[in-house]
Design a protein around this ligand. Structure first.
Ligand SMILES: [Zn+2]
Length: 156
């Protein structure tokens, strides 16, 4: 099991950045970074917004954007622990999401917010987000946001 700890401030920044895409009627993705040596659960220390090509139903990271991300991770000694993106409608993990997943190590988390995060707030985040974890069987499995099996913990 892998988990992340996210502060209300980091959640707020995540939502603001995603909503900017939503207001243009586009999907958008941000990444949660932790120290590369962070143990499980890892604390999110940076909300990283990569350069991306977005449309109403997808986002893509050009090769140059991936290169900049890897360079950033190396220079700052950080790792990606989760990716979070918005959907125009329901939140689910699509085939395109699986194909374009930026993280796909076992235990990686992919979070999806519905309705372009239009009504999402930090305090409502866990009620709205769908959390998927990449498993040994190479599948993205839906995880609960409450209880012992929850992957995301929000702190003040
Ligand atoms: Zn998606």
């Amino acid at each position: 099991m892998s988990g992340v700890i996210c502060t209300m401030a980091a959640l707020g920044e995540t939502i603001v950045r995603l909503k900017r895409g939503g207001e243009r009627g586009e999907e958008r993705v941000v990444l949660w970074l932790a120290r590369s040596v962070a143990r499980d659960p890892a604390t999110v220390i940076e909300v990283y917004e990569p350069d991306q090509i977005c449309a109403v139903n997808y986002y893509k990271l050009p090769a140059e954007s991936m290169r900049l991300l890897m360079e950033h991770l190396r220079a700052k000694r950080r790792k990606v622990v989760a990716q979070i993106h918005i959907h125009p409608g329901e939140a689910f993990h699509s085939e395109a999401d699986a194909e374009w997943a930026i993280v796909r190590h076992v235990g990686a988390l992919s979070l999806v917010l519905p309705h372009f995060a239009e009504h999402t707030t930090p305090s409502r985040f866990l009620d709205e987000v769908k959390t998927y974890e990449y498993t040994l069987e190479r599948q993205w499995l839906l995880r609960p946001n409450r209880g012992d099996a929850a992957r995301v913990t929000v702190t003040p």
